[in-house]
Design a protein around this ligand. Structure first.
Ligand SMILES: [Zn+2]
Ligand SMILES: [Zn+2]
Length: 287
């Protein structure tokens, strides 16, 4: 064993989609909406700012972390609802870069957030943030390099108003966060398969099942079966089912997880506290 830290450490803070509720209270799979942290080389990368970002922010504050990169997949409520309650925004010692790239109307990242955080929807605006904040606007397909040795590639997803998939890589490992995406049943998405190629782990929008897809055409979501097909085609061994419908009970999600695992043993249903440590690739080589 080695004391060397993971190349990438992924933790789920919120795996629910659409609304921060669950039929079971408490729920094994949580009610908090989309938020995932990835630690790499001592840096903190955060994907989406659903209500799961609130406890993450409290931990970042307690650990006195100062450098944070927040990547927004898109700006639907379930992905930004936790933003005003992210403690590091109010800490003058923090430096935070917020990256957004899905906008189809030409808005900048800062304009997007200023629109969202303003009266009467919220009592105060961005001017209340005390941290040093850089608002980064990019286009899906751009590569973002938050720190030396850490790359984040981006790709467009098929979703109303647009959404972005992120591929984070460090230490020879990579993982993809791809949620809020509607696949076209019966056809392959070769561009997305290329983007996923050979990643170690995929966090994927599994709101529906294949059987449900025709009922929700145009809603912008995918199925766990498609997540498995993508993993097989791209050579990915681990699949995190994500963006659970707020209508799914724990029993529903346990059944879906069991079905997914029967077909693909590397599948697991996302839930707060679920964590993966991906060791640097060199660790696996013989001495
Ligand atoms: Zn969503
Ligand atoms: Zn959405």
């Amino acid at each position: 064993m080695t004391a060397e830290p993971a190349a990438l450490r992924l933790e789920i803070w919120g795996a629910r989609g659409t609304l921060p509720v669950a039929p079971d209270d408490p729920s094994r799979f949580g009610a908090k909406t989309c938020c995932v942290s990835v630690e790499a080389g001592g840096r903190m990368l955060i994907f989406d700012a659903g209500t799961g970002i609130v406890p993450l922010g409290n931990r970042i504050h307690a650990e006195k972390r100062r450098e944070i990169d927040l990547f927004l997949g898109h700006a639907h409520y379930d992905h930004v609802m936790g933003l005003p309650y992210f403690a590091p925004f109010y800490d003058p010692a923090c430096r935070i870069r917020i990256h957004a790239g899905h906008m189809q109307d030409g808005k900048t990242c800062r304009e997007l957030l200023a629109d969202f955080l303003r009266p009467p929807f919220h009592p105060v605006g961005l001017e209340k943030f005390k941290a040093e904040i850089d608002y980064v606007t990019f286009r899906p397909g751009d590569r973002l390099d938050p720190a030396p040795g850490i790359t984040v590639a981006t790709a467009p997803l098929r979703h109303p108003n647009g959404a972005v998939a992120y591929r984070a890589a460090a230490g020879g490992r990579s993982l993809v966060y791809a949620t809020d995406h509607e696949h076209l049943p019966g056809s392959r998405d070769e561009a997305l398969e290329r983007f996923l190629h050979d990643a170690d782990l995929l966090v994927y929008d599994t709101t529906y099942t294949d059987a449900e897809m025709p009922l929700f055409k145009g809603y912008g979501h995918s199925s766990y079966e498609e997540g498995i097909r993508l993993c097989r085609r791209a050579g990915i061994e681990r699949l995190v089912l994500f963006h659970h419908s707020h209508k799914r009970s724990d029993a529903d999600l346990a059944r879906i997880e069991a079905q997914a695992q029967a077909a693909f043993p590397g599948a697991v249903a996302g839930r707060p506290g679920l964590r993966f440590d991906l060791a640097p690739v060199a660790d696996r080589l013989p001495a």
